[in-house]
Design a protein around this ligand. Structure first.
Ligand code: TYD
Length: 215
């Protein structure tokens, strides 16, 4: 009897207004067209409990100490990993996760200035062996992202209400992480046209599935 090969974990990252939602649909459809099974999830969220934690985290009326915020992100992540990500990978599905631990590095580590060591310590505890096979970072200048979010017209959540300096630190946090792990990250300039962004995403996916058909 042969074991089912594990699926690949692909994470999607970026600041506010980077276009993750459009990218996620594109990636999902591309993988399915390749004949692969795909499970999509998001963070914070994914399960009923983790979505409840998400509501607390995003509630704009909530005032939250940065360590609480970091711990809640990891509480939600532990649920998502145990109930969705690991079971899906084990049955051979690729998992497409809208944000993962790199978001905690960027938003809490850099943005909230908690530092990388606290995030890395939690990552080591919560998912010591789980690491994305590919992380697509959609990068946009903060002003561009904020303008896009403003145009959506939807009510802003607690993160979207933060100041420009916060988002500058988040952006730099992501770019620093990409520099630290160039084998895992593909940084895409998300100010380009949707067609260009999607063709770069496709190149990254092709390379991944050719190089490592399974996780
Ligand atoms: P997201 O669902 O990506 O919202 P949007 O599509 O509006 O960008 O993420 C919700 C927010 O949670 C987002 O502002 C980033 C934040 N976040 C963190 O601060 N740390 C984390 O670890 C994660 C996963 C998200």
């Amino acid at each position: 009897m042969t074991d089912t090969p594990r699926g690949l974990l692909i994470t999607l990252e970026g600041g506010e207004g980077a276009g993750k939602t459009t990218a996620q649909t594109f990636i999902h459809d591309w993988l399915v067209a390749e004949g692969r099974s795909v499970t999509t999830t998001r963070e914070p969220g994914g399960t009923q409990l983790a979505e409840g934690i998400r509501d607390m985290l995003l509630d704009k009326r909530g005032d939250m100490a940065p360590p609480t915020e970091l711990l809640l992100m990891f509480a939600a992540r532990a649920e998502n990993i145990a109930k969705i990500i690991e079971p899906a990978l084990a049955k051979g599905h690729d998992v497409l996760c809208d944000r993962f631990t790199d978001a905690s590095r960027a938003y809490q580590g850099a943005g909230r200035q908690l530092g990388l060591s606290s995030v890395d310590a939690l990552a080591e505890w919560v998912h010591p062996t789980l690491r994305p096979d590919l992380t697509l970072l959609l990068d946009v200048p903060v002003a561009v992202g904020m303008e896009r979010v403003g145009k959506r017209g939807a009510a802003l959540n607690r993160f979207e209400m933060a100041d420009v300096e916060f988002f500058e630190r988040v952006r730099q946090g992501y770019l620093d992480q990409a520099t630290r792990e160039p084998d895992r990250f593909v940084v895409i300039d998300a100010t380009q046209s949707i067609d260009t962004v999607q063709s770069k995403i496709k190149d990254a996916l092709l390379e991944l599935v050719v190089r490592r058909p399974h996780g």
